[in-house]
Design a protein around this ligand. Structure first.
Ligand code: C2E
Ligand code: MG
Ligand code: MG
Length: 615
């Protein structure tokens, strides 16, 4: 990888400039002194001026360098630095050629020493620049070898031979250093597990790509594998590592055929940076196309140590269209999009846009402060009546409300999924359950007897290890034995059918306390009719989106089918979101049991709900 090898070399060469200037300027006056002793000083003075001019040139190169330069500009700069270094080497050779024309042997010794010294300096300080070192050393040592050979004596031939050997040794040492620098540079910029570029490498190419092109567009993908941790935890780190390598290889192969560059940011997180496109549209199209291909590629089965493994990924896309923005910002955008892809069920691709930034910010705010909602007394419960075909209230659904002191009212549709993700749902759900049961007890004392009170239970909560005993404890504390039949837990199936056995186990355990279950939001998500047969529920709630679409004959007949199948399974049917009279009529015709919606009652406070019973 050419770009990254150069990247740290620029910095390296930048540092060497001052060292080289200091070395040359501090030693060059030695020749002035020689001139004072042995010659007219004219040549030495001119030479010194020449050296100072080169130093000034070098200094301007030193100050003109900036990290912000594009790679092309840095390369031009590096060429000039090489020229500067080369000028210095030549200048010592000029002095050598001049001094050996004198008969004074002391002058020869001095100039031989400086020639040798320059070679060693070049080899050690410029080791990173292989070609420059070779060229400079040959340039400095050849005059010396020629000089010794021309003396024509036995000892001088031996000296010439020694000089050849010395040149070889210097070049060999410089090559070793160079190899070492390249190797450690490679290690600093690559991930050892997958051999892809690492985070540092990626940030550097991203930065230069952002600066590089004006009026060109590139895209950035952030790829995070889904549930990789589970594979690591269940199958062990060795298999996890092998899977990462296999995924990395697929990404690399695909990226190469698209001229994209893939790096591993760490863990199971990867980044892709694209080549550039002339317009925003083509860039976006290509980003979408590439992501789909990549996801498809990642999802193909893996064969690792006799395991058939499958993994998906969540991909966030950010478009690099504004060159004024800091490179890190694009990474953040891709990260937000990826986070959103995770939130919307994983195994997906999301492109970053401005509304998303706001959404993510709100979600992060919620994530941060929801943990204090209970202790700050911001959580309340609302109750929405459920009526029968005769419009008589027979039950209610408990709906949680959060009035945040800082964010204002936040709907459960927004904060429940967040609480589920952060795990806060366990605490929140427990609170809601306890408050609901307290209400049930209160109502009993007041003589408000409902057939049923429905409490929403999150799957995360239901699968929590302490759930059954928690319910047992709370029910014993607040509800008398005969009243538990009123309690219905509403569940929504959001995950695939894997943990269905566990779900059935929990439901059966709670049915022992005479608590029954309702399938909420039926028709959306993963719930299916076959699913109904496996799970011991007693009620089914048709999602409000179906009720809202009843004017559509196809939807209407679908609802009819759902109702007749549910009837066959002996389930009570609740229609939610009934807002209009025609909906109620339709539902009544197909023999729907219970109704819930704004047409009858909106969710309301406990006190207002109680007033519905005061006659
Ligand atoms: P859900 O369980 O399906 O609750 C029904 C939602 O429909 C409620 O929204 C309710 O206010 C709304 N709704 C009722 N009648 C109508 C109507 O006629 N028209 C329309 N358009 N909407 C109606 P809400 O209160 O915003 O709750 C949203 C979701 O949040 C709930 O959907 C439920 O999944 C979740 N949720 C609410 N409270 C809790 C809770 O205590 N625990 C858990 N785990 N989830 C809850
Ligand atoms: Mg519900
Ligand atoms: Mg519902």
């Amino acid at each position: 990888m050419n770009t990254n090898t150069n990247m740290s070399f620029y910095k390296f060469m930048h540092k060497q400039i001052l060292v080289i200037i200091a070395l040359n300027i501090s030693t060059a006056p030695g020749y002035l002194f020689m001139g004072y002793l042995y010659t007219s000083m004219v040549y030495e003075s001119i030479w010194i001026i020449f050296m100072v001019l080169i130093a000034i040139y070098g200094y301007t190169l030193y100050t003109s360098y900036s990290k912000e330069m594009t790679i092309a500009a840095k390369n031009r700069w590096l060429d000039r630095v090489r020229f500067f270094m080369f000028l210095y080497s030549i200048s010592w050779s000029i002095m050598f050629v001049y001094y050996v024309t004198f008969d004074n042997l002391q002058m020869h010794y001095i100039t031989i020493a400086t020639e040798l010294g320059s070679s060693v300096v070049a080899a050690t300080l410029l080791a990173s620049q292989k070609k420059l070192v070779t060229f400079t050393v040959i340039f400095l040592m050849t005059p010396l070898i020629v000089y010794f050979s021309l003396i024509g004596e036995t000892y001088s031939y031996i000296l010439a031979f020694f000089s050849v050997v010395l040149s070889g040794v210097i070049l060999y040492a410089a090559k070793n250093t160079n190899d070492y620098i390249i190797k450690s540079n490679y290690q600093a910029y690559h991930d050892h597990l997958t051999s892809l570029g690492n985070r540092r490498y990626f940030l550097e190419i991203l930065e230069s790509s952002v600066r590089e092109y004006k009026n060109k567009y590139t895209y950035l993908l952030l790829i995070d594998l889904d549930y990789f941790k589970t594979i690591n935890d269940t199958l062990g780190h060795d298999i996890g590592d092998e899977l990462l390598q296999a995924v990395a290889l697929r990404m690399k192969n695909l990226s190469e055929s698209y001229n994209n560059e893939v790096s591993r940011l760490g863990g199971d997180e990867f980044c892709v940076l694209s080549q550039s496109f002339p317009t925003q549209e083509t860039c976006l199209e290509n980003a979408q196309l590439f992501s789909e291909k990549l996801l498809e590629e990642i999802k193909k089965t893996y064969n690792i140590a006799d395991n058939q493994l499958y993994i998906s990924a969540s991909i966030g896309i950010s478009l690099i269209d504004n060159r004024e923005i800091d490179a890190n910002e694009f990474l953040k955008e891709a990260d937000m999009a990826m986070y959103e892809a995770k939130n919307s069920g994983r195994d997906g691709i999301i492109i970053f846009n401005e509304p998303l930034r706001k959404l993510v910010k709100t979600k992060l705010d919620i994530e941060r402060i929801i943990h204090f909602a209970i202790q700050e007394d911001e959580i309340t419960l609302n109750y929405q009546a459920q009526v029968n075909a005769d419009k008589k209230i027979i039950g209610c659904e408990v709906l949680v409300r959060w009035h945040s002191n800082t964010l204002g009212f936040v709907g459960p549709d927004i904060f429940i999924p967040i609480a589920e993700n952060t795990g806060y749902i366990i605490e929140l759900g427990t609170y809601i359950l306890e408050e609901s049961l307290k209400t049930l007890r209160e109502w009993q004392k007041k003589g408000i007897i409902l057939e049923q009170i429905s409490i929403n239970i999150s799957m995360r909560q239901l699968h929590h290890f302490g759930f059954v005993s928690l319910v047992e404890e709370l029910v014993k504390k607040y509800v008398d034995e005969n009243s538990t039949t009123q309690i219905i837990f509403e569940i929504t199936e959001t995950s695939t059918t894997e943990d269905i056995t566990e779900l059935v186990r929990v439901i059966e355990a709670l049915k022992a306390f005479k608590i029954s279950f309702s399938m909420d939001d039926f028709g959306t998500g993963y719930s299916s009719l076959s699913y109904l047969r496996e799970i011991p529920i007693s009620e089914l709630k048709i999602d409000k989106s179906f009720i809202a679409a009843l004017k559509n004959p196809q939807q209407a007949s679908l609802v009819k089918t759902i109702v007749s199948i549910a009837k066959n399974l002996n389930l009570t049917i609740v229609a939610e979101g009934v807002e209009e009279e025609y909906q109620r009529e339709f539902l009544r015709e197909i023999d729907c049991d219970l109704y819930q919606g704004y047409l009858f009652f909106k969710p309301t406070t406990k006190e207002k709900f109680e007033q519905l019973f005061v006659r």
